[in-house]
Design a protein around this ligand. Sequence first.
Ligand code: PLP
Length: 376
Amino acid sequence: MKKIQMVDLKGQYEGIKNEVNHGIQEILEDTSFINGPHVHAFQKELEEYLGVKHVIPCANGTDALQIAMMGLGLKPGDEVITADFTFAATVEVIALLQLTPVLVDVDPETFNIDPEEIKKAITPKTKAIVPVHLFGQTADMDAIMEIAREHDLFVIEDNAQAIGADYHSKNGKVSKAGTLGDVAATSFFPSKNLGCYGDGGAIFTNNDELAHTIRGIVNHGMYERYHHDVVGVNSRLDSFQAAVLRAKLKNLDLYNEARKESAIKYSEAFTEIEEVVTPVRRGDCDTHVFHQYTLKIGKGRRDALAKHLQEKGIPFGIYYPIPLHRQKAYVDERYNEKDFTVTNQLVQEVISLPMHTELEDDQIKYITDTIIKFLK
Ligand SMILES: *Cc1c(COP(=O)(O)O)cnc(C)c1O
């Protein structure tokens, strides 16, 4: 059995080596390091793949979120509702722009923001909702868009973990995650489902005017050379990263399929185990691309299991160990512990198993056998 890794980027590289090396060599030869042909081509290819009018590449996923919020013209004091159970980047950019983050609880089955909790948190100051498509499964976008329309709010999708996931709307329409709200942000951090070999990110929107605004913001607020109309930032995807992403985008559906197959094998192995709750796939299983394969371990045994996996050399992750509302940077006297019962429980129960495109059957069997034997 090959050594088990949480993410196997080297194994994945073997399959795209020629194309990646060729692209990088080409950039070295023509020195098109910034805004070169590979960046432009990747942008077009991703627009086509997602079925979205505009992809604006940028330096990382955190920038993408910040720039999306700047593009919408959110102002200090505006309230932005997001999930308590997510990576800190989401709430960080809200705070950085001096907007007011309003954290709400999540759904215990999908781990995604709970639309009923969003409704309760709306005030006259609320301007936007940021659903995070956590672990690879799209949030309940039908319900979220309905709330947004009713209260005239922007929806900014944090799609860093769900690129390639399909969302099946109630009206029968199938759309890619990240194309449903007003604007979306994604990350190409190496371990994401579509990851580069450094930092990268992108913003998606179907709104022409917003796309134009954002293209200026990522480039120092410049719409005409050396005319700075708004305060912008410098946030670029470099050409080397774009070359890597082009090679990987061609395989994204295959990669996501491989993840899903591994997830199904994991879940099948655990069906009889009382303490283990396997991930719920809402609707068609295409709606989950398994950025993480996350179990809930009951009866207070999560930490003991984690210790055991460590002893057995099986990597794992605890995403996330502390709710955002209890992080020092984001504590707020308005928060009430009883409003976060789901998140408070999830942080004690979740554990994510190795998940990547190169997992082999004997590795999955070793991992599941080890867990089952321990819990019995
Ligand atoms: C990774 C991630 C980000 C940030 O992306 P970076 O490219 O690392 O800046 C934002 N939100 C979520 C949910 C993420 O998982």
